[in-house]
Design a protein around this ligand. Structure first.
Ligand code: GLU
Length: 498
C-alpha cells in the first residue's frame, strides 16, 4: 500500500507541543513506509484565523526540518493544500449528498437553533453545533426545499445521521470502537449558509480526494470519527484507517498546557532549545524505537518508527528530560555548528553585531572569539540562551565584583593583592597554548610563595571573568589576550588596595 498521511492543522493559534507531536508521528510514519506526507491547512474557521498563525506554522516546519511532499501547484515549501482555496469543491460535495438523499437543506434560523441549543444546555463552540437540534427540516419535501434555495432562501446543509443502529470503526491503537448512532450529533451541519464548509465536511472530502490512507490525529477528535465514518458511507467511499494518538499530559496528570511550562514551539526556540532535542523528545512521548538508546536523528527515527510501538496510554511531558536531551545535542555539535547556533543569542545580547537584514553579522574578531570559546562553554550549556551570559566576559570587561569576592578563605586583602601581583608577573612568561605548562608554572610559584594553588588562581579568575565560577581560566585568558587580562588584574589590585 502507498501510505499517504497528512497533518491538518487549523491556523487558529501558534504551533504547540500537541500539534507538533501529531505532525511528527505522521511525518515519521510516512518516512518509515516510503509514503507521502501532506500538509493541509484547515482554515475553514475564518473567525479564529490569522495570517501570523500560518507564518508560525511554516517557521516551525522550517525550524524542525520537516518538509511536505505534495501541494496543489508545486511540491515543496510554501505550497501546502489550503482549504479556503477549495471551497467550491466542498459545496459541490455537500450538494451531491443532498441529491443522493443523504443530506438535506435546513432553514431553521439562528434564533431557533440557539434556543434548542440552550434548552439542551449545550456549550457554545466555534463551529455550528447541532447539539439539541430536533431535525425539523429532515422531512421537508426535497423538491420544495430545493425550490426555496433556488429562490434565494438561506439554508445550511445537514448530514442525515441514521436514527438507529451503530457505527463501527477500528482504531489502530484503541481497537474496535462502536458508537450508537443516537449518540452521534443530531444531523451535523456540513455546509454553512454562507457556503463555507464545516471542519467535518472539508476534512472528510479532502481525506478522500487526497487518497489519505491513515488518519493519525489527536485523541480529542475521536468523538467526531463516527460522524466521519457515516459521511464516508453516505458518499459511498471507503474510509481511511484511523489511529487516534494518546493525549500529552503535564506531570500533574492534566492536559499539557501553559500552566506546566512552555508549550508553544516559539517559546522553546526562544528559550534556547535545539530542534533535534525537541524532535527526539517529542518522538519519544509514548513511543519506543530501539532498546538501550536515547539519541536519534530525524533520519533514524524516520527509519525506525512503527505504529505498533506507540503506547495506548497518555504520555507525560517531562521538562527535565527534554532539558537533558538539549544538553546532549548541544554537546554533539562541532565548534562551527555551535557557534552558528549561539550567534543569534549573542547578537540579542549585543555581544556581536547585526547586518542591515537583522541577521547576526560578527566582525572577524568577534567571530574568532565566538569560535574559540565553543570548546570552553560546550559542556556547560544546557540551553543556547546560556551562551551570552556565560561568554560576556570574553567580549567586555565584567562589572567589578565586590572586594570580598576576590579574597580566598583565611586570607586578607593585602595577601590577595600580592597573589594577584604574582599572577601578573607569571602570565607574560606562560605559553597559553600549553595549559598544562601554565598550570605547572602557577603551582610551582604558589608553592614557592607558600600559598595554595587554589588561592592563587581564585582572585585571578574573579579579576578576569568577574566570577568565582567560570569556563576554564587559562583558555579564557588566551582568548581575551594578555594586555586586556593584565588590565583586569590591575583593576582588581587597585580595588583591594583601596
Ligand atoms: N483541523 C483539525 C485540527 O485542527 C484536524 C483534525 C484531523 O486531523 O482530522 O486539529
Amino acid at each position: 500500500m502507498d501510505v499517504r498521511v497528512r497533518y491538518a492543522p487549523s491556523p487558529t493559534g501558534n504551533q504547540h507541543i500537541g500539534g507538533v507531536r501529531t505532525a511528527l508521528i505522521n511525518y515519521l510514519f510516512a518516512r518509515s513506509q516510503g509514503g507521502t506526507f501532506i500538509l493541509r491547512l484547515e482554515d475553514t474557521d475564518r473567525t479564529r484565523y490569522a495570517d501570523e498563525y500560518v507564518r508560525n506554522l511554516y517557521d516551525t516546519f522550517a525550524w524542525l526540518g520537516f518538509y511536505w511532499d505534495e501541494g496543489p501547484d508545486v511540491g515543496g515549501p510554501y505550497a501546502p493544500y489550503v482549504q479556503s482555496e477549495r471551497f467550491a469543491l466542498y459545496q459541490e460535495h455537500a450538494e451531491k449528498l443532498v441529491a443522493m438523499g443523504r443530506a438535506y437543506y435546513c432553514f431553521c434560523g439562528e434564533e431557533r437553533l440557539a434556543k434548542l441549543h440552550a434548552d439542551a444546555q449545550g456549550e457554545g463552540g466555534d463551529e455550528p453545533s447541532s447539539f439539541g437540534y430536533d431535525r425539523r427540516c429532515r422531512n421537508l419535501d426535497p423538491a420544495e426545499a430545493a425550490a426555496r434555495v433556488a429562490a434565494g432562501e438561506r439554508a445550511v446543509i445537514r448530514l442525515k445521521i441514521p436514527l438507529e443502529g451503530t457505527t463501527k470503526f477500528h482504531d489502530a491503537l484503541l481497537g474496535d470502537i462502536e458508537w450508537r448512532n443516537a449518540d452521534v450529533s443530531p444531523d451535523p451541519v456540513l455546509l454553512k449558509s454562507d457556503g463555507f464548509p464545516t471542519y467535518h465536511l472539508a476534512n472528510v472530502v479532502d481525506d478522500h480526494l487526497m487518497h489519505i490512507t491513515h488518519v493519525m490525529r489527536a485523541q480529542e477528535w475521536i468523538s467526531s470519527t463516527p460522524m466521519h465514518i457515516l459521511m464516508y458511507e453516505a458518499f459511498g467511499w471507503e474510509p481511511p484507517r484511523f489511529c487516534h494518538l494518546p493525549m500529552v499530559l503535564g506531570q500533574d496528570g492534566s492536559k499539557l498546557s501553559k500552566r506546566h511550562g512552555a508549550t508553544s514551539l516559539n517559546e522553546f526556540r526562544k528559550n534556547g532549545y535545539l530542534p533535534e532535542a525537541l524532535i527526539n523528545y517529542v518522538a519519544h512521548l509514548g513511543c519506543s524505537y530501539e532498546e538501550g538508546r536515547e539519541i536519534f536523528s530525524l533520519e533514524e527515527l524516520s527509519r525506525l518508527f512503527r505504529i505498533e510501538k506507540l503506547n495506548k496510554a497518555s504520555a507525560v511531558f517531562d521538562y527535565a528530560k527534554l532539558e537533558w536531551y538539549n544538553g546532549q545535542y548541544i554537546r554533539m555539535k562541532d565548534d562551527a555548528a555551535l557557534a552558528e547556533l549561539v550567534l543569534p543569542f549573542l547578537a540579542d545580547a549585543g555581544l556581536v553585531g547585526r547586518g542591515e537584514d537583522g541577521m547576526p553579522r560578527p566582525t572577524a574578531e568577534e567571530s574568532a572569539l565566538v569560535h574559540g570559546a565553543m570548546p570552553l562553554v560546550r559542556e556547560r550549556l544546557k540551553f543556547l540562551t546560556d551562551a551570552a551570559p556565560m561568554m560576556r566576559y570574553l567580549f567586555e570587561e565584567p562589572e567589578l565584583p565586590a572586594k570580598d569576592e576576590f579574597i580566598p578563605k583565611k586570607l586578607d586583602a593585602a595577601r590577595t593583592a600580592e597573589l594577584l601581583t604574582l599572577s601578573a608577573t607569571l602570565l607574560p612568561g606562560c605559553d597559553l597554548a600549553d595549559i598544562h605548562g601554565c598550570e605547572a608554572a602557577f603551582r610551582a610559584a604558589a608553592d614557592a610563595a607558600g600559598a595554595k594553588f587554589g588561592d592563587l588562581m581564585m582572585p585571578l579568575r574573579v579579576a578576569v571573568t568577574g566570577s568565582r565560577v567560570s569556563p576554564p581560566l587559562f583558555e579564557s585568558i588566551r582568548l581575551i589576550g594578555l594586555k586586556q587580562t593584565l588590565a583586569r588584574v590591575e583593576r582588581a589590585r587597585a580595588l583591594l588596595a583601596s
